[in-house]
Design a protein around this ligand. Sequence first.
Ligand SMILES: Cc1ncc(COP(=O)(O)O)c(C=O)c1O
Length: 509
Amino acid sequence: MNDAALQLARGLVEPHMIDAAHEAVRSNASLVHSLIAQRRMPAEPWPRPLIVQFLHQLAAMDTNNFAGHAGGGEREGRVYSSLVAERHYYMTHGIGRSGDLTADQPKAAGSSLLAKLNNAMVLDALRTAGLTKTEAAVTLPMATGMSLALVLQAVRQSRPDPAAARYVIWPRIDQKTSLKCIATAGLMPIVVELAPAAVKSARDGAASCCSELTMLSVRPDDVAAAIARIATSDPAGVNAIVCVLSTTSCFAPRVPDDTLAIARVCLANSVPLVVNNAYGLQSRAITKRLDAALALGGVAAFVQSGDKNFLTPVGGAVVAGRKSVVAAVSALYPGRASAAPIVDLFITLLEMGRSGWTKLHRDRVDLHEVFLQRAAAFAEARGEELLQHPGNDISIAMTLRNWRQHSALRGAASEADGASPPVTDATALGAHLFRHRVTGPKVVLSAANNSKTVCGIRFVGYGAHGSVARDGGDAPPLLVLACGVGMTAAELELLFARLEAAYPLLKQA
Ligand SMILES: Cc1ncc(COP(=O)(O)O)c(C=O)c1O
């Protein structure tokens, strides 16, 4: 209602009541005004009714919602189902226009404004999370892998000889999307195997010089060597390389890449660096290094998942980094885009505000401390070893060395009691936990027992990112766990209660 209508309303309802209501309407309008003027996340969460009201206001600016509208084209944002229209807040034209995701959609001023505000808030969220040197960000309506494929193609086109550029130098990570995105882009991965990294052991509580096991990380020198090999063997030289695709967030026993050191290698060789930062925004260790790499000017783009960082349904990702690269990615996107993941993120950021976003990260860091303590106590009580690294402040791995013997002993005991026998096979532990409503933990077998071919490449020790045995021998199975953003203290307790039930302590004889 505008001011004139409210004036008229004073003739129908007690004027002092209308004046108070007018004040409330004005204060909501000033929040909307600040959002558009400042182009940042609101400092505090918006009330949900205001978010809904704003969404309806934006929808009213789209031509499909104009009163008396007559559409004479083939794409008029017509939606058959009122349920579907409602699910999308009546914004049905999508985002962007053929040929540019960030261009205004001519039939949808409201949706276009929403997309611009969303990208501005996302940029603010990245900077608030510690990536202060980020120049630009765009939300893509595709998950991380597809977004990475688009980024790789955009970077390829920026190379001096795009037709010759076909290799992506890829420090190994045993997560299929991370490799498949290279194949989807029609490019060829050059795998850089990982090397032993310093690790903490629950047994000795100190540096892992004494442990037979190790976490794994990529050596920047090995990345440099891979670049040099292509540069000297391919007729196009270094121009045959599209980029280095480095990964930050990852499951133990892998350590996130040192993006700063890799950025230095890339700058020295004039090779772009793309970073798969799938769920890295929640990690201080990751963001600190990535921000330093951005400050150095060594990162073309970095990509992060919508769901794993911002707690939205799967379907969106954020591409950020250099302004020119983000613009090139937006321009490469063919056609209009689904607005759904963008609307989800827009709503989420308004409902979170900057205070909610920072609290989410603070809470995770606090919970991670408890996670480590619980995991260390669990491992120690069972004579197992914890593999952790300060560079990976999200995930840990734990040996299942004594698991088989432990389970066999319990099996004998439970058979005598007539109870169902416990799980004895390490891989069955994962399935057992899943059946008991625990998702996420993975059981990883030793290198000798576990090879896999992905995108035509054979990986030894798949899941463990290589061999974690220092002496090249065989390693015990590992249980891999993560403390991800949004996890609650109650969830953590439940997780360990279920782990304890699945792997109980043996009663003293
Ligand atoms: C390192 C990494 N990259 C990519 C992905 C998958 O991304 P998406 O399913 O969003 O494409 C994951 C999933 O967990 C991941 O861990």
